[in-house]
Design a protein around this ligand. Structure first.
Ligand code: SAM
Length: 230
């Protein structure tokens, strides 16, 4: 079986039926032409999509998007591309984007692995953010965790020289997993690792899932990994 076929079977997410509010649905209907980018099986021209050439930051699984919108607002010289499979989150994010009047943000509502493989050209990203990926806590589900050696290879190939991969989790067992997989990878060097109680996020705003973890008493680990040129 080809690698890409194997990958297609392993999903890091389950599409939740989750309720969508009327305003989120309206945002999907009305704001998608402003912020939405359709998934493509060919490399997307990022400069064309954003209407300018600028360093591009990709966020995988942005949830409700509040922290993504804040990052875009605080970094107007960069382009931000968010990928999320959960439609209510995409709707929520577009409402926040409009309220913040950001013009440097675009969204894709699709599987990020598929997008990275097919629609993001090699060496076209300055930074990839993966904040609070689904932890898949049961041992038999660990294979669904998005952070795997193959995923790191894919990220490294899409990052430009000097690019970085930022991650955070509130699950101690996922933090151990990330440390182990990254130690095994030859593509990234750990530039910073921060273990905190939620009060010291690394080069990012707090996120919704982080706050939930904090309420449960979880500690947070943040990492910044730098791409190694082979
Ligand atoms: C635990 S939530 C964290 C959301 C957000 N980053 C936060 O911290 O609030 C993980 C999110 O990743 C999304 N997700 C998981 N796998 C994905 C994939 N392969 N492509 C796009 N989104 C994905 C899920 O739909 C979910 O919204």
């Amino acid at each position: 079986m080809a690698n890409s076929e194997t990958r297609r079977r392993i999903r890091s997410f389950v599409r939740r039926a989750g309720r969508i509010t009327a305003s989120q649905q309206r945002a999907l209907d009305e704001l998608w032409p402003v912020y939405g980018v359709e998934p493509s099986s060919q490399a997307i021209d990022l400069a064309e999509v954003f209407g300018r050439a600028a360093p591009c930051v990709l966020e995988i699984g942005f949830g409700n998007g509040d922290s993504l919108v804040q990052l875009a607002q605080e970094n107007p010289a960069k382009n931000f591309l968010g990928i999320e499979v959960h439609d209510p989150g995409v709707g929520h994010c577009m409402i926040a984007a409009r309220a913040a009047a950001v013009t440097n943000l675009k969204l894709i509502a699709h599987d990020a692995i598929d997008i990275l493989e097919n629609a993001i050209a090699p060496t076209s990203l300055a930074r990839i953010n993966l904040y609070f990926p689904d932890p898949w806590p049961k041992k038999r589900h660990h294979k669904r965790r998005i952070v795997q050696l193959e995923f790191l290879e894919l990220c490294a190939s899409r990052l430009e020289k000097g690019g970085s991969l930022h991650m955070a989790t509130d699950w101690a067992n996922y933090a151990e997993h990330i440390d182990a997989v990254l130690a095994e990878s030859r593509r990234f060097a750990c530039a910073e690792r921060r273990d905190h109680d939620g009060g010291a996020p690394l080069e990012r705003p707090p996120t919704k899932f982080e706050r939930r973890g904090g309420r449960l008493g979880h500690r947070i680990v943040d990492w910044r990994f730098e791409k190694i040129e082979l």
